[in-house]
Design a protein around this ligand. Structure first.
Ligand code: ZN
Ligand code: ZN
Length: 150
């Protein structure tokens, strides 16, 4: 096994990518290895750099953002990402191909794709548009992904 730097957690990601960005906590993190594995797979599918916009979020920081829904960032199983040279919709479709990702959200408002490895039986797919969360269904899918029509 190659001797990795202590801050490197996988081939393309380091601990630094995932630390809480609130600036107030001690930057300790929780991070699921399944999530990192999924992100490596996403990177290989995209053949481009995957940028972690948000990885772990400390509980204090999350209280200020999303108090009304389950926050998978605070338990270390979620990441908000963008991919170099890829449109957000393309990133979403690639993320959907990663079996580890059981929650995938296209956030057009904040301009990122959220992925997580939640343990729910049913996979969750959604779009956030104008700040509104819309569950992605067979019916409305064509509205957001017209090129996927066949
Ligand atoms: Zn924090
Ligand atoms: Zn997220």
């Amino acid at each position: 096994m190659a001797k990795a730097s202590k801050y490197k957690i996988s081939e393309h990601f380091s601990r630094r990518d995932f630390v809480c960005r609130c600036g107030k906590c001690d930057e300790s993190i929780r991070l699921s290895l399944g999530l990192v594995g999924g992100l490596e797979l996403l990177r290989s599918k995209a053949r481009n750099r995957v940028n972690i916009v948000k990885g772990y979020e400390c509980p204090e920081s999350s209280e200020n953002s999303s108090k009304f829904k389950r926050n998978f960032h605070t338990i270390g199983v979620a990441a908000d990402v963008t991919v170099d040279k890829k449109d957000l919709r393309e990133v979403f479709l690639l993320a959907e191909e990663v079996p580890e990702f059981n929650g995938v959200g296209l956030d057009l408002t904040s301009a990122h794709v959220h992925v997580d490895t939640r343990k729910d039986k049913k996979r969750s797919l959604w779009v956030v548009e104008n700040g509104i969360h819309i569950d992605l269904t067979e019916e409305n899918r064509l509205h957001y992904f017209p090129s996927k029509a066949n």
